[in-house]
Design a protein around this ligand. Structure first.
Ligand code: FAD
Length: 469
């Protein structure tokens, strides 16, 4: 019987898995493999490691149910050698995997493919993580898109890949006795800062299935109405499952086929668009996509960045969001836009500093989405918010958390303030602050600077930058 290695990477699921489906249908005896790797450029953040631990445990258990064993190897920085050694060990005829799109991964995969194919091993890669492959979508001149709406229109004309349902009852497996347990990868944090993660998440496939049900049961239909409200569960929260491939976008699209979910599905195309950009502009994880912005004098003031990271800026909506991130490993999309805008515009800090913090603390950290999100916020990316559009952290709070529920949840020291001042405690009369037990500068920080000052600084910096070009 032919044997193959099925190399799991960011596709930690058994359903809608074209590579697994192919291996079963072609009659291979399969070794399911996971190699723990830490990319050179963006080593996995702490929150992602937490998620990965649980996703691997879950995948291992699911495979176990079908009589298979997930073979786990620690191959940090040497996936290449690890894979070649395993191919020899089981005398594999083939290696199958789902494609990745980050520059470092593409380079690694193409080198491995070349080497294995030269030694007579069949290597096949499959589309499994996106709706459309980034290299299959181009504009009329054959160039990649830089603006979302025409990209999206074009994508809607492309037929969807078929949903695959691998028939695991037909599969036969290769098993190796050695290999690591998930615990031996030591992915969980040594300090227990993850209690809130357990409260918020079921990081298994069952968690994705339950959120998908809620989406179909009304959340998708009410998405446009609720998606921006910070205190509502108006969005799907499927992002970490998508980031680790515990669910595929094609599965989501199929599950929602009977539901009015156009606005929701559009967001999945934003995710694809971010991969389209990262694939075609591979340096943008470190450099602005719009070249002139490489000259913008971004600064880094560690004191300011530290206050922003800890949720001590003195802007309640920003502090609530940064504490939500620390507590749950996730942040609402509207809040991500607000905290990013405040960091790069009011505080004039380098967007890369923010991107790195998100990378470390988000359970859904995703290089393509994170890069696009930060460059969009900083005004230096494709289809970005213009730099002169400076979010006001007070009015954003008033609009998207009108009852102050989100702020009170994560910044409880301000709970007693009436709504009028919850977004701007520095404007509250001192007698009221005293009544509410708040001492600005002690029980809650004074703002790093007033929003109006921040806005002026941002606009002045933009003007000076434009004049210098
Ligand atoms: P929903 O609103 O339910 O959307 C469904 C799915 O569509 C999401 O799971 C996500 O995969 C995709 N999606 C939604 N909004 C966007 C968007 N604006 N851009 C790209 N894809 C989107 N998303 C990540 O997955 N990882 C990141 O590291 C990340 N970093 C970000 C950084 C900044 C500064 C900003 C502004 C946004 C970032 N986003 C990131 C995008 C977005 O905030 C999250 O995808 C979204 O909040 C996830 O919550 P959800 O699953 O409930 O989204």
């Amino acid at each position: 019987m032919k044997s193959c290695i099925l190399w799991f990477r960011k596709d930690l699921r058994l359903s809608d898995h074209p590579a697994l489906d192919y291996a079963i249908e072609e009659g291979y005896s399969i070794l399911p493999l996971y190699i723990f790797e830490d990319a050179e450029a963006w080593p996995m953040g702490e929150a992602s490691r937490w998620w990965l631990h649980h996703a691997l445990m879950d995948l291992g258990e699911q495979l176990d149910g079908f009589g298979a064993k997930l073979h786990i190897v620690d191959g940090s920085k040497e996936a290449h050698q690890t894979l070649s050694a395993l191919v020899k060990k089981i005398d594999a005829d083939a290696v199958f995997w789902s494609r990745r799109y980050e520059a470092e991964s593409i380079l690694q995969d193409s080198e491995i493919k070349k080497e294995l194919m030269a030694s007579g091993v069949l290597v096949k890669s499959f589309s499994a993580s996106l709706i459309n492959e980034p290299f299959n979508v181009s504009n009329q001149s054959g160039k990649p898109y830089k603006v979302f709406t025409p990209y999206w229109k074009k994508c809607r004309e492309i037929p969807l890949r078929e949903l695959t349902q691998p028939d695991l009852s037909k599969a036969s497996w290769q098993k190796l006795e050695d290999g690591l347990t998930v615990e031996e990868l030591e992915l969980l944090p040594s300090l227990s800062w993850d209690d809130g993660f357990y409260e918020m998440w079921d990081p298994h496939r069952s968690g994705a299935a339950s959120l998908l049900n809620q989406l179909g049961d009304g959340r998708a239909a009410a998405y446009s109405e609720n998606r921006d409200m910070l205190a509502e569960s108006g969005t799907s929260r499927l992002s970490p499952y998508l980031a680790f491939g515990q669910i595929s976008p094609i599965e989501i699209i199929h599950a929602l086929s009977e539901v009015k979910a156009e606005d929701y599905l559009r967001q999945l195309y934003w995710r694809d668009f971010s991969y389209h950009l990262l694939y075609h502009f591979p340096k943008t994880d470190k450099e602005p996509l719009r070249e002139e912005w490489r000259l913008f004098p971004w600064g880094v003031d560690e004191k300011i960045v530290g206050k922003w990271q800890r949720g001590e800026t003195g802007y309640p909506v920003v502090d609530a969001a940064m504490r939500e991130l620390w507590h749950t490993g996730w942040m609402h999309n509207r809040a991500r836009m607000i905290v990013a805008s405040v960091l790069v515009k009011h505080f004039q800090q380098d967007w890369m500093v923010g991107a790195q913090w998100f990378w470390d603390t988000l359970v859904d950290a995703d290089l393509a989405n994170n890069t696009m999100g930060w460059q969009w916020s900083a005004g230096c990316g494709a289809d970005a918010a213009p730099y002169f559009r400076v979010f006001n952290p007070v009015t954003q709070g008033q609009k998207f958390d009108p009852d102050g529920i989100y702020i009170r949840k994560y910044v409880p020291e301000l709970s007693a303030l009436p709504n009028k001042y919850i977004y701007c405690p520095w404007e509250a009369p001192s007698a009221l602050l005293e009544d509410c037990g708040i001492v600005l500068g002690q029980s809650y920080p004074q703002p790093i600077l007033l929003p109006s000052e921040g806005r002026k600084m941002a606009l002045d910096a933009y003007q000076a930058f434009k004049n210098s070009l």
